[in-house]
Design a protein around this ligand. Structure first.
Ligand SMILES: Cc1cc2nc3c(=O)[nH]c(=O)nc-3n(C[C@H](O)[C@H](O)[C@H](O)COP(=O)(O)OP(=O)(O)OC[C@H]3O[C@@H](n4cnc5c(N)ncnc54)[C@H](O)[C@@H]3O)c2cc1C
Length: 413
């Protein structure tokens, strides 16, 4: 059987791989997306209890490549971000100026995003999905890429993209080393119904044991009449504690959560199952090789405290599409070494600065005691008073810092 020919072959149809495929297809670049996971499982309600904040820059990418329409009305805008050291006074409060109607991000259940991507992928003209299927042989050479799938299909392409998440076999196969460490932290993730309106505010409350984040969501089905509002909880605890916390019954767990919240949302109840995720940091030493580019968690993974992980992946996507489309217009192939060098340069500084900033933030707030707490509160108060510093933090939250690819400003390449 003759090999089917594609410009780009993408391994992994997670949030990053599929967005890349849809964006490339929108620009007339043909691509194959391969993933062994069965969509019946990955699109089921119980698969992933996570929610992700889609930054305003990522939202512009979604608008430009036709994904946003499928998510319209399903997310909750973040209009304010509140950062505090425990429940102490002296919080940092970000809100855009009144004449700026763009939220800092929009909270979506990962499942909604997956459904929207899956619909957009099915409608994409130049995208072929091989799922569930897996590569049994991959050959990369200076001339191109060849992939053989378990189903027997044979594919050839100009560029291979590894977007298989943190354990990326493509990255391992290329011998790319990874700097990584596990935090002493595990994230407990769920959603709660509550009595008092969240007013579209994301709360990041830092405790020495780990940060406690409340992220606003649209009201959900099955809410008690007295608790019509809903927020996602990302509660980070130490490894030692997590087993005991997850073993707590619903009432006990909610009582512990309420201690961290300090009652400002009124009465609370669980709005979904509880999941737990061990947290780690990793960063590939390089994100390209012969006819290969890495994107998303295959290239880097950060602490979820500021909800930036997948947005960093979408920045990879926007940059890679721009590099490929610009290059093809000049008559170059997508896997051309010059294009890959441009992608590597463009992304490495950005991912390094974001990953270091997130790691520093987590460590800074992890130091127990009164004096570190006083210093942190003084720092928060200083940022609160400084216009330029606050604007810088807000631009980070919106994903608008650094040399932005055109798609992140809402323009097609
Ligand atoms: C607790 C927690 C909370 C988070 N909260 C946020 C948040 O609020 N905001 C945010 O931006 N980010 C958040 N993140 C991070 C975010 O979830 C990840 O950055 C994002 O899912 C990465 O997407 P990805 O497509 O790169 O990888 P993944 O989502 O891991 O997808 C990888 C895909 O590759 C497939 N695959 C695996 N092996 C193979 C193979 N051999 N061949 C082909 N395909 C393969 C998998 O089936 C999967 O579909 C959070 C993470 C955690 C743990």
């Amino acid at each position: 059987m003759a090999a089917q020919r594609f410009d780009v072959i993408i391994m992994g149809s997670g949030l990053v791989g599929l967005t890349l495929g849809i964006g490339l297809s929108r620009h007339g670049v043909t691509c194959a997306v391969i993933d062994p996971a069965d969509p019946e499982t990955t699109l089921a309600p119980a698969f992933d209890g996570r929610v992700s904040s889609i930054s305003s820059a990522s939202w512009k990418l979604f608008q430009a490549i036709g994904i946003a329409d499928r998510l319209e009305g399903k997310g909750c805008p973040i209009e304010r971000i509140w950062v505090s050291d425990g429940l102490q006074p002296g919080a940092l409060d970000f809100a855009p100026p009144e004449d700026d109607d763009m939220p800092m991000g929009i909270m979506f259940e990962n499942r909604e995003t997956r459904l929207a991507l899956s619909g957009a992928a099915a409608a994409a003209e130049h995208l072929t999905l091989f799922q569930p299927d897996r590569a049994v042989r991959i050959d990369r050479s200076l001339d191109g890429v060849e992939v053989e799938l378990q189903s027997g299909a044979r594919l050839s392409g100009s560029l291979l993209v590894g977007a298989e998440g943190r354990g990326s076999p493509t990255r391992e196969g290329a011998g790319i080393t990874v700097a990584k460490w596990q935090y002493d932290h595990v994230a407990m993730v769920t959603a709660i119904h509550h009595e008092v309106n969240h007013a579209n505010t994301a709360y990041e409350i830092f405790y020495p044991g780990g940060p406690f984040a409340l992220l606003p969501m649209q009201p959900g089905a099955g809410a008690p009449d007295s608790q019509p509002y809903r927020s996602a909880v990302v509660w980070t605890v130490s490894r030692r504690q997590v087993e005991g916390m997850m073993a707590l019954g619903e009432r006990g767990w909610l009582a512990e959560a309420q201690k961290r919240i300090g009652g400002f949302l009124g009465g609370i109840s669980l709005a979904g199952p509880r999941f737990s995720y061990p947290l780690g940091y990793h960063r590939a030493s390089r994100i390209t090789d012969t006819r290969l580019a890495l994107a998303g968690d295959a290239a880097h993974g950060i602490h979820p405290i500021a909800g930036q992980g997948v947005n960093l992946g979408f920045r990879d996507v926007a940059a890679l599409i721009e590099v490929i489309v610009d290059g093809m217009r000049l008559g170059l192939e997508p896997g051309d070494a010059q294009l890959l060098t441009r992608y590597q340069r463009w992304r490495s500084l950005d991912t390094l600065s974001v990953t270091i900033a997130m790691d520093g933030l987590v460590r800074l707030f992890d130091v127990p005691g009164r004096v570190p707490s006083l210093i942190r509160r003084a720092g928060l108060a200083a940022v609160q008073k400084s216009g330029p510093l606050k604007n810088r933090f807000m631009a980070e939250a919106r994903g608008e810092s650094g040399a932005l690819p055109r798609l992140l400003t809402g323009e097609m390449v």
